[in-house]
Write a protein that binds this ligand. Structure first.
Ligand SMILES: Cc1cc2nc3c(=O)[nH]c(=O)nc-3n(C[C@H](O)[C@H](O)[C@H](O)COP(=O)(O)OP(=O)(O)OC[C@H]3O[C@@H](n4cnc5c(N)ncnc54)[C@H](O)[C@@H]3O)c2cc1C
Length: 287
């Protein structure tokens, strides 16, 4: 595994925002993961794990961290038990399992990796089905040691897991229990869900929902009610289609995104909690 320096991060996020990683590595094996962790320790920088960057933006300068991207993406199916690496594309896993009559269709249309989905318990809205519904175990590199978490130990809640509260854990693989259903029925549900999304959501430079729901009320309702659809700071805009999606309409910057978040919080009068991950130049997470 090679550690690279000053690697651009914007192309590695769906919103295309970010400067350079001080250090950058792509991880294929568990040994790579261990070596990356050791490098971060020796160089006294945090190891920030990146999946597909579909929920993350970085500050515009040099991020003082080792940004480590998980590329391992093997899937192994045995009956209803599916073992999958964190770097696998969730959308690919959903469609491949459908062909074998295994139903992950509630997770249709969510961009990103399995690791990113586990980290933030991705899924439908606050009342829907999330990935935790299917999880049996998650194997993680934590403080240089491998540990397998049971579903209970993961402490999943709406867009929450224990992993958000640990010291830079690296999620490596998971075991899922996936129910059986006729492949044709699953594929039909997948197509219906994808059509719904194409109507409700913009497909452009965005990182999905910016804020979490508040006490069960979707953030888009709160933002829409404040008349903020289309609001703009620099090249960052609140989507006209979905008020909780911020869009990079051109050369949007990290500071534009932060200013738009501040404006939304002020004008809605709500202390909306970020769902998107804003990574500061120091490597710290913006709250
Ligand atoms: C158009 C669009 C629609 C979306 N719709 C939904 C939706 O319906 N529901 C939903 O929940 N989300 C949705 N999202 C948000 C996003 O797709 C999810 O949050 C997704 O799970 C992020 O995966 P990722 O691999 O891109 O994560 P990244 O953006 O790369 O990372 C997100 C966070 O997870 C951490 N992380 C990622 N991989 C690992 C790992 N292996 N180990 C440790 N930490 C890791 C990162 O450090 C970061 O803090 C949408 C996004 C877009 C752009």
């Amino acid at each position: 595994m090679q550690i690279q320096e000053l690697i651009p991060l914007a192309p590695r996020t769906t919103m295309r925002i970010g400067g350079n990683a001080r250090y950058y590595a792509e991880l294929q094996t568990q040994r790579d993961a261990e070596e990356a962790w050791q490098f971060a320790q020796q160089n006294n920088v945090p190891m920030i794990v990146l999946g597909a960057g579909s929920n993350t933006i970085f500050a515009d300068g040099t991020i003082g961290a080792l940004v480590a991207r998980v590329l391992a993406n093997a899937t192994d199916v045995s009956g209803n038990t599916v073992r999958v690496d964190a770097g696998a594309s969730l959308a690919t896993v959903v469609t491949q399992l459908a062909k074998r009559g295994l139903d992950l269709s509630p997770l249709t249309g969510i961009p990103g990796t399995v690791g990113g989905a586990l980290f933030g318990n991705a899924g439908q809205g606050p009342q829907g089905i999330w990935i935790d519904h299917f999880v049996q175990t998650v194997t993680v590199l934590l403080n240089g040691e491998w540990k397998t978490f049971s579903r209970e130990e993961c402490e999943f809640r709406y867009r929450e897991s224990i992993f958000k509260h640990l010291d830079h854990p690296l999620l490596w693989k998971t075991t899922l229990s996936v129910p059986s259903r006729a492949a044709k029925e699953i594929e039909s549900d997948i197509n219906t869900l994808l059509k719904k999304r194409s109507i409700a959501q913009p497909f452009t430079r965005t990182a999905g929902s910016c804020f979490k729901a508040m006490n069960g009320t979707p953030a888009w309702k709160i933002i829409d009610a404040a008349g903020l659809k289309g609001a703009k700071v620099g090249d960052l805009q609140v989507s006209d289609k979905h008020a909780n999606f911020l869009i990079n309409t051109g050369n949007g910057t990290y500071d534009d995104a932060k200013s738009l978040v501040t404006e939304i919080r002020e004008k809605t009068g709500s202390p909306l909690e970020l769902e998107m991950r804003f990574i500061e130049e120091s490597g710290a997470l913006l709250q």
